[in-house]
Design a binder for this molecule. Structure first.
Ligand code: HEM
Length: 206
């Protein structure tokens, strides 16, 4: 008779399906291309301080010069928008419990269970990431087609009384998505690491 100690342990989950890993990696690549080409555009005329303002090192940028950065940015933006749409569509279609709701905030406030708190934090991070990515799309589109999307541009006129045009406010809002996404990515990787360590990261990456 087989002893209890011989019984097989809980099956270790294998890697995620190939298409999930490919989609995940592709999303990351497209995001990096958009961020690096955006920083090239920023370097040509920094939002804060005009041409004498703080610029970023060349290794963080893509395109080599303003027109090159714009070519990359506008060339990849269709892919970025399609990926984001597909991602949100899949989440809604599959009705997976990935997105945060009020219950997650309650868990963070009241629960003392570390796994439940981690899961709630991860859902909130994931949801915020989608919101910030969608915000970069909305502000980007408003700058790309300001004449057609004048109504969208006008939503950013709130700082005009303080002397900032809606264009300048849009630029600052669009640029601000970079540090916001970077912070959320760090939180996303950190939380995944705490839940499953290198094994979980490998399941998604390899
Ligand atoms: C479909 C989505 C997007 C569209 C339509 C878009 C469009 C634009 C446009 C029209 C500009 C101004 C170009 C110029 O003044 O010459 C711009 C600049 C920029 N974009 Fe995007 N963008 C998108 C997504 C993103 C994403 C995802 C990021 C980064 C995560 C990003 C980062 C930047 C940065 C840093 C700048 C320079 C800001 C400045 O100095 O004015 N963009 N984008």
């Amino acid at each position: 008779m087989r002893k209890l100690s011989d019984a097989p342990g809980p099956a270790r989950p294998g890697p995620h399906p190939l298409w999930t890993r490919a989609f995940h990696g592709f999303n990351l690549l497209v995001l990096l291309l958009m961020a690096a080409s955006g920083l090239e555009i920023y370097n040509a005329n920094p939002v804060f301080g005009g041409r004498a303002g703080a610029t970023l090192p060349a290794w963080l940028t893509l395109g080599g010069w303003l027109a090159g950065g714009r070519d990359w940015h506008f060339g990849v933006m269709g892919l970025y928008a399609a990926n984001l749409g597909l991602w949100i569509g899949l989440l809604l279609h599959r009705r997976q419990r990935r997105l945060a709701d009020g219950g997650d905030l309650g868990t963070l406030r009241h629960s003392v269970s570390p796994p439940r708190r981690r899961l709630a934090s991860h859902r909130i991070t994931y949801t915020l990431m989608l919101v910030v990515l969608a915000f970069s799309l909305i502000t980007g589109l408003a700058m790309y087609k300001p004449a057609q999307l004048w109504w969208l541009v006008s939503l950013f006129a709130f700082a005009e009384p303080a002397g900032h045009s809606s264009w300048q406010t849009l630029r600052v809002c669009h640029l601000a998505t970079i540090p916001a996404i970077a912070l959320l990515l760090v939180a996303h990787v950190g939380l995944s690491w705490r839940v499953g360590g290198l094994r979980l990261l490998r399941r998604m990456a390899l």
